[in-house]
Design a protein around this ligand. Structure first.
Ligand code: NI
Length: 227
């Protein structure tokens, strides 16, 4: 399942990120790529663990911590510190699947990548090309979102970024381990939660059926989650 989450960051937060990005030091993007993906990756990245990277990452992680759609869809257990990339002058990232396990630099923390995220920090008018193309059961989907919006997709998916033929595309990207390892169970919980929200909005949060379904939702999480 692929979920686009609008306005993870508001315009002020995006502007703040862009200012910090302008101060940062950029390196070749192959530094965090695996052997296969390193051969098809042509972009630039902010140095992992740098002051700017941490400042930017905190803005995003603070926003995600209060984003109900994100929490419901990802049920995150561990989130990799966000990374930042830049494509310009025809740069692209060929077809690949993200590494299954990511170690957080300088820590003993390792994350199983259940979900991948791309948060757009350029508006679509700023560049030509640069679509994130994700292959799924229903064919390939092209993603190019407004600045501040984020797409969440299964890390098991083959994906690529089309060449940026005009302007510059900057994004944040990162991975997370979900409390619910199985994607089928996770998607079912998301649909269930969305349905409970709709029922509560229509009939009130204290509606007996909404209360009962909410209990069932949490009992399923208790059964399936690692935390
Ligand atoms: Ni990737």
């Amino acid at each position: 399942m692929l979920i686009a989450i609008p306005e993870v960051l508001n315009a002020t937060q995006v502007d703040a990120c862009r200012e910090i990005m302008d101060q940062a030091e950029w390196v070749d993007g192959t530094v965090t790529a695996g052997i296969q993906s390193g051969q098809v990756k042509k972009n630039a990245q902010i140095i992992e663990g740098s002051t700017e990277s941490k400042l930017l990452g905190d803005i995003i992680l603070d926003a995600l911590a209060i984003n109900q759609t994100f929490i419901s869809a990802a049920l995150p257990q561990k989130i990799f510190p966000p990374l930042f990339n830049r494509y310009a002058g025809g740069q692209h990232f060929g077809s690949h699947v993200d590494n299954s396990i990511r170690a957080v630099k300088g820590t003993p923390v390792r994350i199983r990548t259940d979900l991948s995220a791309t948060l757009f920090l350029s508006s679509p008018e700023e560049y030509e090309g640069g679509e994130l193309v994700i292959e799924g059961n229903y064919g390939a989907q092209e993603i190019k979102l407004n600045k501040g919006d984020m797409v969440l997709y299964p890390s098991t998916s083959l994906h690529h970024v089309r060449p940026v033929t005009r302007g510059t595309r900057v994004c944040s990207f990162f991975w997370m381990q979900s409390m619910i390892r199985d994607s089928g169970q996770r998607e079912l919980l998301y649909d269930f939660d969305q349905s409970i929200q709709e029922l509560s909005a229509e009939k009130g949060v204290d509606n007996p059926l909404a209360v009962k379904f909410s209990g069932l939702y949490h009992n399923l999480i208790r059964r399936w989650a690692d935390c």
